[in-house]
Design a protein around this ligand. Structure first.
Ligand SMILES: Nc1ncnc2c1ncn2[C@@H]1O[C@H](COP(=O)(O)OP(=O)(O)OP(=O)(O)O)[C@@H](O)[C@H]1O
Ligand SMILES: [Mg+2]
Length: 351
């Protein structure tokens, strides 16, 4: 033990609707929730994955971190969407060191981006099916996007330590709370404001990922347009006033029709996966993100796809002090915290 730990890490999920921060306390056997908080971003700050107003993102990170009295400077952050390319490829058997040498060449054959514009990462998978070839999870992310994220963190006075991918962070959070039998196939579906992240796992390891530019923002914009109000008013109608029991038939109708579109997108992706792979049937769908809180969405997806849906709350199996965080609050915000929890868990990798 030292007087301070270099291994402290804040998980920071910079979403287009809100930024979430999670820090875990590792002094006990299992991690305990130390810090959790979120702050809304103005709707025009991040649009279609692009940082349109970096200054307000920096301000929001600052106030969030100050408000939560976070001491650590080290931050794990994640990216998603069309600037990230993820694919499982097969390469001839070789050592990790050899692959480090040749991954750029392998990636060049596979990715739709210019190799000079991306950072490459990979992981050798243990799901080998052919004797002379090994499966490798290849990740290529646009340098521009990585720079956007690290720049706002640095400007907020913090130190970007890890850059992860939304889907993999959720997988990390999921594996903390779930033991998966080796052949079990499940789908993690995270639906936020602008992006839907789909990650299909076999035995706890990613077998397929896809990000689709669709989410809760569509619902808000539709309410805004139809009821002729500001984005903020429409968002309040959709979330707060509805939670307070103020139902409007028109708003319900808009939410339902957009929820149908979200369910259709999930179905399409799962069908694509089923048609293009030899994996078993998907046993369960774990739904997270703000849209998991649309009351009818889990059952709608269940109906459309014929697969059971469970709302995934990564905080239910993490200890916390009930005087600090009320159990109702944990239940309420848990589904939105999946990415940030997974990022905070990366502290394990720093050791
Ligand atoms: N109770 C609720 N009912 C309906 N929608 C909700 C509710 N709570 C949150 N949402 C919606 O969920 C979305 C926010 O989810 P989330 O925090 O996962 O997104 P994000 O991470 O900020 O965005 P991104 O898609 O860029 O990752 C918003 O569109 C919000 O309106
Ligand atoms: Mg998000």
């Amino acid at each position: 033990m030292g007087l301070f730990s270099r291994n402290e890490l804040l998980g920071l999920d910079i979403g287009s609707n809100s930024i979430k921060a999670v820090e875990l306390d590792w002094r006990k056997k299992s991690p305990r929730l130390k810090v959790f908080g979120m702050i809304h971003l103005p709707p025009e700050a991040i649009v279609d994955g692009a940082f349109m107003d970096s200054a307000s993102i920096v301000d929001s990170i600052r106030s969030l971190v100050e408000g939560l009295k976070v001491k650590t400077k080290n931050v794990a952050v994640s990216i998603s969407g069309h600037s990230v390319y993820i694919k499982t490829i097969n390469v001839p058997n070789m050592s990790k060191e050899q692959l480090e040498e040749s991954i750029k060449w392998e990636a060049e054959q596979q990715i739709p981006f210019d190799i000079e514009d991306v950072n490459i990462d990979f992981q050798i998978l243990d799901t080998q099916t052919t004797p002379d070839q090994m499966p490798v999870l290849l990740v290529a992310a646009k340098k521009d996007m990585i720079n956007d994220y690290t720049a706002v963190i640095e400007e907020a006075g913090l130190n970007p330590t890890i850059v992860d991918v939304d889907s993999f962070a959720i997988e990390n959070a999921f594996n903390l709370t779930n033991e998966s039998p080796p052949d079990e196939v499940v789908a993690l579906v995270n639906i936020g404001a602008s992006v839907m992240n789909i990650n299909i796992l076999q035995g706890g390891t990613s077998a397929f990922t896809r990000d689709i530019s669709i989410g809760g923002r569509q619902i808000t914009e539709e309410i805004q347009k139809r009821l002729k109000m500001t984005y903020e008013e429409a968002e309040a109608l959709k979330v707060k006033e509805r939670e307070a029991g103020a139902q409007s038939a028109e708003v319900e109708k808009i939410i339902q029709s957009t929820a149908e579109q979200l369910a259709t997108e999930v179905r399409r992706s799962l069908e694509f996966f089923a048609a293009s792979s030899s994996f078993g049937e998907i046993k369960k769908i774990y739904l997270s993100g703000g849209c998991a809180k649309i009351p009818t969405l889990p059952s709608l997806i269940e109906e459309r796809i014929g697969t059971p849906v469970e709302v995934f709350n990564p905080l239910t199996k993490i200890d916390y002090n009930a005087d600090e965080f009320s159990p109702d609050y944990i239940k309420e915000v848990g589904p939105l915290a999946a990415v940030a929890v997974g990022l905070a868990l990366r502290r394990e990798d720093l050791k």
